[in-house]
Design a protein around this ligand. Structure first.
Ligand SMILES: CC(C)(COP(=O)(O)OP(=O)(O)OC[C@H]1O[C@@H](n2cnc3c(N)ncnc32)[C@H](O)[C@@H]1OP(=O)(O)O)[C@@H](O)C(=O)NCCC(=O)NCCS
Length: 438
């Protein structure tokens, strides 16, 4: 990838540099490697081995990641980290987002956000974020997305929670029984088979699932046990494939047994993908049948989960922790609104506020016969709903209810019934769920 130029100077004390991720042996590797170590420091990871960093950067390169760093320009304190170690980091790459009914939209994905403790609250995050979102919008990108370590950081930049996930612990003792007649079959496979198969299965799941984000290169390595979180092969990973009635692989589960010293004996799901409803239930039938195991845990389970309804005893699921997952940020409202399919006709005038001024304005969203048009109106036009871009981003994928946001004071309903109309118009065909962490 071509190296990008330094793009900004900050208040004389910091310089912001952007450059492409490159793999070992290429020009710019040393800078990318130092950047990568600063990210590990920011997330309290132990120092990564040079091999781990090299593997990570190779996958970043294939995803076309752009790395941003803030560097000290003045004298650094004697004995402290040198000036080539960034005091703040930020990275982006682009993947498609499923916006419902099989439509996808190219999105700016933001990740690796850290600011060194000794340089925090000096506006570094604000500067990197504002500038990056502006550049993405100028580049024709209509939405940005991220996952957040804390709930208080990103609303101020116009992001809103758009999807949720939860941790489940499923009791797979004799209580576990699924009311489902299998139409396909499940077979154990060499985990490495997923290096080939996982992207094709994911592609099908991605097209089916509102809120799904295209996956980075690293995923097929993770799910096949080729590159675990520790930067090495993970021999504990096991894989079962689901075959549909025609014999095609339409789902898989990648999982690990957590060992004999953990009671109840537990299998942890690394990844579970199913491109059909039957594949989903049959993979759970498989997990429920694994001998010598009393529990299956999954940290990325859907909140609205068919499993709960298919179980004879839905209380087999212990769901301890439901949390926000995808945060979305609309950068170009008319473009994003026109890109969606709406299952209900109607017209809504939106008075949209934007703290970064990227897409504020009054817009008419008109849907007739399934065809959507979004146009900017004069600013004083009476609006049905007044809302921040963060609230519009929350309801955009159909995973958050506008009526609830109105009740919370996040949407002001100027015309009676407009929030319910928005709920009907922004509905999606199945539960919003994002299975890709980044
Ligand atoms: C979160 C973090 C990136 C913020 O960086 P920063 O440079 O200190 O942020 P800024 O100085 O640009 O602050 C921007 C705004 O966000 C606010 N803010 C920043 N971090 C915040 C937090 N954790 N909680 C609440 N508000 C926060 C600031 O008060 C400021 O508000 P204002 O502009 O309205 O005055 C930094 O604290 C950090 O590295 N944390 C550890 C790693 C992490 O959590 N990264 C996020 C991964 S998703």
């Amino acid at each position: 990838m071509t190296r990008l130029e330094t793009v900004a100077e900050l208040s004389g004390n910091y310089e912001i540099r952007r450059f492409g991720a490159v793999s070992k042996g290429k020009d710019g590797y040393a800078e990318a490697e130092t950047w990568s170590r600063a990210v590990s420091f920011g997330f309290h990871e132990s120092t990564r081995t040079p091999e781990h960093v090299a593997k990570s950067l190779a996958t970043y390169e294939s995803d076309g990641r752009v790395l941003t760093g803030a560097y000290q320009t003045g004298q650094v304190a004697p004995g402290s980290l040198p000036a080539d170690v960034p005091v703040a980091t930020f990275a982006t790459f682009r993947k498609t987002l499923n916006i419902g009914f099989g439509r996808t939209l190219e999105s700016q994905l933001v990740t690796s956000v850290t600011v060194r403790t000794s340089h925090r609250r000096r506006g570094l995050l604000r500067r990197m974020m504002s500038e990056d979102l502006r550049l993405a919008r100028e580049d024709g990108i209509a939405v940005a997305a991220l996952t957040a370590s804390e709930g208080t950081i990103y609303g101020r930049f116009g992001y809103g929670v758009a999807s949720f996930e939860r941790t489940v612990k499923v009791d797979t003792t004799a209580r576990f029984s699924l009311q489902h007649q299998a139409t396909g079959s499940v077979e154990v496979a060499d985990p490495k088979a997923l290096l080939e198969l996982a992207p094709a299965v994911f592609d099908r799941v991605h097209r089916l699932t509102p809120g799904s984000i295209g996956r980075q290169e690293w995923y097929r390595q993770l799910v096949s046990g080729s590159l675990g979180h520790e930067g090495k092969e993970d021999p504990a990973v096991k894989v079962a494939l689901h075959y549909g009635p025609g014999g095609d692989v339409d789902g898989y589960v990648s999982y690990k047994f957590l060992g004999w010293d953990k009671e109840p004996y537990t299998v942890e799901v690394v990844d579970l993908l199913a491109a059909t409803n039957d594949a989903y239930l049959e993979l759970w039938q498989y997990l429920g049948a694994v001998d010598l195991v009393e529990r299956v845990s999954w940290e990325e389970a859907p909140v609205d989960d068919p499993l709960a309804w298919a179980l004879t005893d839905p209380r087999c699921i212990d769901s301890s922790d439901s949390r926000d997952m995808l945060w979305l940020r609309i950068l170009d409202a008319p473009k994003a609104l026109a890109a969606r399919h709406y299952p209900a006709d109607g017209k809504l005038v939106l008075d949209l506020r934007d703290p970064l001024g990227l897409t504020a304005g009054t817009y008419a969203l008109a849907v007739e016969g399934g065809q959507a048009a979004a146009e900017r109106l004069p600013d004083n036009t009476p609006a049905d709903l007044t809302l921040g871009v963060s609230a519009l981003s929350s309801i955009y994928l159909g995973g958050v209810c506008p009526v609830t946001l109105a009740a919370a004071g996040k949407i002001c309903e100027n015309a009676s019934g407009a929030a319910l109309k928005a709920r009907q118009m922004f509905a999606v065909e199945r539960a919003t769920h994002c299975l890709t962490h980044f």
